[in-house]
Design a protein around this ligand. Structure first.
Ligand code: PSU
Ligand code: MN
Length: 304
């Protein structure tokens, strides 16, 4: 049987039927450097508590699926080297071998569903990589959104991806892409882009209602909520475009492929922006955590 452990606060929230927000752990192990990764993870958890919900950071530690990490577990995961990056394909094998792995958006959604958590906050989702017409590199996150009934709050998709193609794949698979409070699709480090919002909702209550009604009309799968980065924390797209292009060229020259592509690009962009990408990343994840908490609270209200 699956070995699953809830943190003390998540266990209490489950007993009391209060709002819980899932958090992924790949952002900790593969998305940000130590020690900022641990500081940010703890800060985001605290933002969720201050918004009136309970954080559940998800990871596999020595073959046990953790729904919510205690502070010491978070610290050791953030310091660990060579942690596996788990998506839908590798999740069960990691449990079977007693391994340690960080969950991507796809794997976090699967674990959230298993533990009856319906809302999940992160920074950016995986998507269709540039050059996918050659490499076929399309993140399993997109298919998971089509399959698993969890609402994922992100800040849009990074310009390291082919964002128009990412939106096309989501549309093909019937994933609602809901922009919060504006008419353009947000571009992760920048609030605006040239792409129109596929859907727009202006309140957490409407997002929660759409989540419930999707199930009521018999549709499987989740929703992607794209929450624009706060204006004060943006980095202009013109500044980032050449940096992303350089990181992409380096990845191509080095022959980086498969699941190493996203971590490589994130690390190079961090270096090339002298850390500014990370500062913006932190601000947007915190912003997403607050919106996700409000959606989770609205869901409790709707269901009671
Ligand atoms: N995009 C980001 N930051 C991240 C990731 C994606 O802006 O940290 C991580 C997430 O965990 C996401 C995963 O689920 O990378 C996608 O990886 P891949 O492209 O290999 O599916
Ligand atoms: Mn990939």
């Amino acid at each position: 049987m699956i070995n699953i452990k809830y943190s003390a606060e998540v266990q209490a929230a489950r007993s009391n039927n209060t709002a819980i927000v899932a958090l992924e752990s790949t952002i900790i192990t593969h998305g940000m450097p130590y020690p900022q990764n641990v500081e940010v993870a703890a800060q985001v958890e605290q933002d969720i508590r201050e918004s009136g919900a309970t954080p559940a950071t998800i990871a596999v530690l020595d073959g046990c699926l953790h729904i919510g990490l205690e502070a010491d577990q978070l610290l050791s995961l953030g310091q660990a080297k060579n942690v596996a990056k788990l998506s839908r394909a590798d999740f069960a094998a990691c449990l079977a071998t007693g391994g340690t792995g960080a969950t991507t958006v796809a794997a976090t959604m699967i674990a959230a569903k298993l533990s009856e958590i319906e809302v999940f906050a992160t920074g950016g989702i995986g998507g269709v990589h540039k050059g996918a017409e050659q490499t076929f590199d399309i993140s399993a996150d997109l298919l998971e959104l089509a399959a698993t009934p969890v609402t994922v709050v992100a800040a849009g998709a990074k310009a390291i991806l082919d964002v128009p193609k990412t939106l096309e794949v989501l549309e093909t698979h019937g994933v609602p892409v809901i922009v919060y409070g504006q008419d353009s699709f947000p571009a992760f480090w920048s609030a605006q882009s040239d792409l129109a919002a596929p859907l727009r909702l202006d309140s957490a209550a409407q997002i929660a209602s759409a989540h419930v009604l999707r199930q009521a009309i018999g549709l499987p799968g989740g929703q992607l909520v794209a929450n624009p980065i706060p204006d004060a924390d943006q980095i202009a797209a013109e500044i980032l475009a050449p940096i992303i292009a350089q990181a992409q060229t380096e990845a191509d020259i080095k022959g980086i492929s498969g699941k190493s592509v996203t971590p490589f690009l994130l690390q190079r962009i961090f270096e090339l922006t002298e850390g500014k990408s990370l500062t913006a990343n932190i601000a947007l994840v915190r912003n997403n955590a607050r919106l996700a908490s409000n959606v989770a609270k609205e869901l409790i209200t709707l269901r009671s």
